[in-house]
Design a protein around this ligand. Structure first.
Ligand SMILES: *[C@@H]1O[C@H](CO)[C@@H](O)[C@H](O)[C@H]1NC(C)=O
Length: 329
């Protein structure tokens, strides 16, 4: 039977809510580390001053570790001296596998926080940006507490204005807030900020973190966040059905943004330092993202780079702890 477009969309909709997802991968501990490439480079990432180490170097330096008691994976930033080049050691890992859809469930108990950091957990079509798209699931800077979820594409990808709890973040030109094309938005794409002050940084960590999920299917991209105390039972049980998930924090419907914008993607977790974003807002109080002071005022340093280079001890909270990553199809 040939369905009309409307009928097809409707049936996909009802399928989406009734779907029982099947686990295809659970990445934790040694298996998680094995599933990623560790990208090496100093001062190469968006103007940042992170010095990303190899798997071997990161392990040796104590920056990459699996807890013997919990089995959770820790990705740390160096709390020692800056490198001779003026960078700070950190980690950027990128999955060996590419994914072209599914339900990705990230159980995170700690994320980097504090002036100078720019951590992210995201997906991107490598070597094909922006044509192959980018989906940012967790991202923020400094001591903010509200997560930013952005989608980066070429034209035409317009995000609908309803169906999610977050708010558009692109204030430079509100008329472009839901334009995901990187060209008119100065590479920002369409960004949506979580209303939850437990969704990023110190307050996320204080609540024992939580679970992020990206549902990427033919109907669109839906990003969910649940703090530890509110993770739905089906997610905890490892048998997700979508029941009790509530409204997603972010949603990009395929109706205005064809999923053909998104090529197979790698999953990336990194902690950058300063960089275009971090340095760019060093002197802003970022009150729109749950921070109440500027890092310049708080630290007494007029630049992000000078602060990061001189204050290793300030990076004790600049680490990720990942309990596991589950991929369902
Ligand atoms: C943050 O800065 C904005 C202007 O940039 C100002 O309106 C607001 O009052 C400031 N908030 C705090 C908490 O200082």
């Amino acid at each position: 039977m040939k369905l009309t477009t409307a009928a097809a969309a409707l049936s996909l909709c009802s399928l989406a809510s009734a779907k029982t997802w099947v686990l295809s991968e659970r990445l934790a501990g040694a298996d998680l580390i094995q599933a990623f490439n560790f990208e090496v480079g100093a001062g190469t990432d968006n103007g940042g001053i992170a010095d990303y180490g190899s798997l071997q170097t990161s392990r040796r330096r104590g920056l990459l570790a699996v807890s013997a008691t919990t089995g959770w994976t820790m990705l740390k930033t160096s709390t020692g001296a800056a490198t001779p080049e003026g960078n700070r050691e950190s980690i950027r890992m990128s999955s060996k596998k590419r994914y072209s859809g599914g339900l990705f469930v990230f159980d995170v108990t700690h994320m980097p926080t504090g002036c100078g950091v720019w951590p992210a957990l995201w997906m991107v079509a490598p070597d094909n940006w922006p044509t192959g798209g980018e989906i940012d699931i967790i991202e923020g800077v400094h001591a903010t507490t509200q997560n930013l979820m952005s989608t980066h594409t070429t034209s035409v990808c317009i995000q609908q204005t309803t169906g999610f709890t977050g708010t558009f973040s692109y204030t430079a030109n509100p008329a472009l807030a839901n334009t995901c094309d990187v060209v008119p938005t100065n590479n920002q794409g369409c960004g949506v900020r979580s209303p939850s002050t437990k969704s990023f940084g110190a307050s996320f960590n204080q609540a024992q973190g939580g679970v992020y999920a990206l549902q990427w299917d033919t109907t669109g991209l839906r990003t969910y966040f649940w703090p530890r105390s509110a993770v739905p039972a089906d997610i905890t049980a490892g048998a997700p059905t979508g029941t009790g998930w509530g409204t997603p924090a972010n949603y990009v419907s395929a109706a205005g943004c064809p999923m053909t914008h998104f090529d197979p993607m790698v999953l990336v977790v990194n902690t950058n330092l300063c960089g275009t974003w971090g340095s760019g807002v060093w002197s802003d109080n970022l009150s729109y993202a749950g921070q109440s002071y500027s890092c310049a005022a708080k630290t007494g340093y007029s630049t992000c780079e000078a602060y990061v280079r001189a204050n290793g001890g300030a990076f004790r909270q600049a680490y990720w702890t990942i309990r596991d990553i589950k991929v369902y199809v």
